[in-house]
Design a protein around this ligand. Structure first.
Ligand code: PLP
Length: 369
């Protein structure tokens, strides 16, 4: 089996598993004032500080959540309900966690939603964004740092500067880039999101960065954990695993990037050698190095390719949901108006992938197409 679906989720790092096993012994409730509770509290605050240090921000700006979706919903709801944002500027290429949360808020609060233009590879048109930012209203820009289907990167600094200059809030969904990109300090960003399972940590734990200038109310209320920002007894085991995973990711960021870039390059040139008819959707020079989205012509046995790859032992993502044998395209592929005669497959690589796997996958694809 070859796993080329690292944008969907990743294998947990062995050291992360060991760290989580150790954390299982810390069973005191962090809210308890006795020694058991205090030990758990110190442990969590130490992990918060480690994550904050890795991002170059203050500990008080990091709040633990259950996943990327919860982090996104916390930011969106807080911005509209508590800060009075009445206009959201976003794109049709965002993750469903953004799109569906925005449409819920639109119904609840009657906010205006404006969509920024992009090119045929998904590159956000910053001139259009700038125009939209000139409109009246209390605005928030919501744009993902890297697209999970195409890998396209946002011009993060440029957009952050525009938002600052035009007095808009800025939420960027960093679920795909956390651990793969050096944020150093998150200047100009009001909200950023993370999900541990995307960087070789466990599922069911994430965090949100909230700028110190921002004040919002919680999404989940109750016992007042996370300085009243997110109630519910903390997921100590998850937080321990996520912190370890982020430490490893940042520690090895350069070597992992080089390795994965080389894997993607070898795979891409191998594919191009196999067929001159492929459409490379990913903009190689402006994308997150882990993602490669390629269109295979359906006429040359390219249809149902993802399922056939699966049977042959390669896990990749189709970018489409297959219902009762008929393929319906993802909203991202639809929005990019990609050629419907092509079947687009997302291959996404991680640090555990090898060059040998690339060779084997190319042989299999050669047979399949
Ligand atoms: N945002 C992006 C870009 C993603 O890729 C994902 C996961 O696929 C999410 C948000 C949602 O993260 P989670 O599944 O942890 O809620």
């Amino acid at each position: 089996m070859i796993y080329f679906d690292n944008a969907a989720t990743t294998q947990i790092h062995q050291e992360v598993k060991e760290e989580m096993l150790k954390a299982m012994d810390l069973y005191g409730n962090p809210a308890s004032t006795h020694i058991y509770g205090r030990k758990s509290r110190v442990f969590i605050e130490d992990r918060r500080r480690k994550i904050a240090d890795l991002l170059g921000v203050k500990s008080s700006t990091i709040f633990f959540t259950s996943c990327g979706t919860e982090s996104i919903q916390t930011a969106l709801t807080g911005a509209v309900r508590d800060i009075g944002v009445d206009t959201i500027i976003t794109s049709a290429l965002e993750h469903h966690a953004v799109i569906y949360n925005i449409s819920t808020l639109q119904k609840q609060y009657n906010i205006k939603v404006e969509y920024v233009k992009f090119n045929n590879k998904g590159k956000i048109d910053t001139d259009h964004l700038s125009e939209l930012l000139d409109n009246k209203g209390k605005k928030m820009v919501v744009l993902m740092h890297a697209n999970n289907e195409t890998g396209m990167l946002l011009q993060l600094k440029k957009v952050a500067n525009l938002c600052k200059e035009k007095q808009s809030l800025f939420l960027t969904d960093t679920v795909q880039t956390m651990g793969k990109y050096r944020f150093n300090s998150i200047k100009g960003i009001d909200f950023a999101t993370a999900s541990a399972h995307k960087f070789h940590g466990p599922k069911g734990v994430g965090f949100i960065y909230i700028s110190p200038d921002i004040s919002i109310q919680p999404l989940i209320v109750g016992g007042g954990q996370e300085r009243k920002m997110r109630s519910g007894t903390e997921n100590i085991i998850g937080i321990s695993g996520m912190t370890k995973a982020l430490e490893i990711a940042i520690d090895k960021i350069d070597e992992n990037q080089e390795h994965i870039e080389n894997l993607r390059e070898k795979f891409l040139s191998g594919l191009i050698d196999l067929s001159s008819e492929l459409k490379i959707l990913t903009d190689i020079d402006h994308s997150l190095y882990t993602i490669l989205n390629v269109g295979f012509p359906k006429k040359n046995r390219g249809s149902m390719l993802q399922q056939r790859l699966d049977i042959a032992g390669i896990a990749a993502s189709g970018g489409s949901a297959c219902t009762s044998g008929s393929e319906s395209r993802s909203h991202v592929l639809e929005a990019l108006e990609v050629d419907s005669n092509y079947n687009f497959i997302r291959f996404s690589f991680g640090c555990f992938n090898t060059f040998n796997e690339v060779d084997i996958a190319l042989d299999i694809i050669d047979d399949l197409i």
